[in-house]
Design a protein around this ligand. Structure first.
Ligand SMILES: Cc1ncc(C[n+]2csc(CCOP(=O)(O)OP(=O)(O)O)c2C)c(N)n1
Ligand SMILES: [Mg+2]
Length: 411
């Protein structure tokens, strides 16, 4: 027998389980206004404290405090709140539509609305996002993409621009700087870095914004993307949405327990920030800082957005099996909609009455869009595309084995 003790592995566990409240002290939440804001040309090693702390602007009373408080006009904030409310209503209706079998599958971004919506404000026309399936807010804040178009895709109906070949939610809007979503997670990150490098090689001025979830950072693509982004100082913003869960796997399993996802960026030579993702103002301020760095050829920035996936992973998931049902209510960073609403009320630019009124207006707007989309068909009762369409638009000249399969199908 060896005189050494038996070796053992550490397997991270969440601090809460169904019936046992989560201890959120693991999050290490800084006070609003506490973190410093360095100049955009700061070197990566000077962001070390910012990758372990938490950049926050909105305090408990909804006031904007500290060096990261951005200068955003009230109409922009009002539109931001409206878009977050619209996104939540849209999501809720689409979950119901899935339960009614009108769509086959859906993924909501409940609780994470501020991230995509405030981030979009820091981007310019022509910039390209490489999103995952929880950034519908990038599209719902735009005037050049309609809710009907999104719903057509979700219902895989006759007006679906993807012709039913993409899983619902996997949108593609080149004109809106929204790269086709791929279900193969983490691919978005290397694609974003590659696109950003191409933009620089061409001498263009457009930057890229890549997206990944906490769980997906465990994929090799994440690390490859960081290496290329760092080495070539690619003009890209690397967004890691840490919503605490990857389906039923706690974020610690992907490596967020004794370090942070932002700190991984610093280790790779990339300026990195850890930011309150439920704080609309902090999301905008950090995104703007990172976008400016990219535009000024100062290289990539990794931003870890700390948030909470308040809903189920997808319509195929039941989170009550693996986490406490009231987790979101107890999450220390609160609800992004309530926080921006409180801020605007404090500024005298919103009221409870207006909130109720806007809620009703948006519910009617989303319902009308659904009615319009359903005119083109749903998964419940068609009309369905011919099976022949799955063979179209893939190869310029269809290979023989596919021609044979098509014949076999008789279409
Ligand atoms: C490469 C790859 N592995 C596994 C999956 C299956 N899968 C789909 S979503 C998901 C969880 C992802 O969690 P996270 O990255 O934290 O994103 P979130 O869903 O929380 O937004 C997994 C494992 C996949 N789609 N692609
Ligand atoms: Mg996650």
């Amino acid at each position: 027998m060896s005189q050494h003790q038996a070796l053992r592995l550490h397997v991270p566990e969440p601090s809460g389980r169904p019936g046992c409240a989560t201890d959120f002290s693991y999050l290490h939440v800084s006070a609003a206004g506490e973190m410093r804001r360095p100049p955009v040309d700061t070197p990566h090693f000077d962001t070390r404290d910012l990758s372990y702390g938490l950049i926050r602007v909105l305090d408990h009373d909804g006031r904007a405090v500290g060096p990261w408080a951005p200068q955003l006009d009230t109409p922009v904030l009002r539109k931001g709140l409206r878009t977050m409310m619209k996104t939540r209503i849209f999501d809720a209706r689409m979950v119901i539509a899935q339960r009614q079998k009108k769509i086959s599958f859906y993924m909501q971004c409940l609780g994470e609305e501020a991230i995509a919506i405030a981030h979009a404000l820091a981007l310019e026309p022509g910039d390209m996002c490489f999103p995952t399936y929880r950034q519908q807010g990038l599209l719902l804040g735009r005037d050049d993409v309609t809710m009907v178009e999104l719903m057509n895709q979700l219902m895989s109906n006759a007006a679906d621009a993807m012709k039913g070949r993409q899983l619902p939610v996997m949108y593609s809007f080149k004109r809106a700087g929204f790269f086709s979503i791929s279900g193969n997670l983490a691919t978005q990150f290397i694609q974003a870095v590659g696109w950003a490098m191409a933009s620089a090689i061409k001498g263009d001025t457009r930057i890229a914004s890549g997206w990944i979830g906490d769980g997906s950072t465990a994929e090799a693509d994440f690390h490859t993307a960081l290496t290329f982004a760092h080495v070539y100082r690619a003009p890209v913003v690397l967004n890691v949405v840490n919503n605490q869960w990857a389906i039923s796997s706690f974020q610690a399993i992907a490596g967020g327990e004794s370090t942070t996802f932002a700190a991984k960026g610093v280790g790779c030579g990339i300026a990195s920030l850890r930011v309150d993702g439920n704080d609309f103002l902090a999301v905008y301020a950090a995104s703007q800082w990172a976008a400016e760095r990219a535009r000024m050829n100062l290289g990539p920035t990794l931003i870890e957005w700390v948030t909470y996936r308040a809903g189920a992973h997808s319509t195929s998931d039941d989170p009550s099996k693996y986490r406490p049902a009231d987790d979101w209510e107890r999450f220390p960073l609160g609800d992004p909609i309530v926080r921006l609403k409180t801020h605007l009320i404090g500024l005298g630019a919103w009221s409870e009455q207006e909130h109720e009124q806007v809620q009703k207006e948006l519910e009617a707007e989303v319902a009308a869009a659904q009615k319009e989309a359903e005119r083109h068909g749903t998964m419940l009762d068609g009309p369905f595309a011919s099976a022949a369409t799955m063979f179209d638009d893939v190869y310029e000249t269809m290979p023989a084995h596919l021609r044979a399969q098509r014949q076999q199908l008789g279409v």
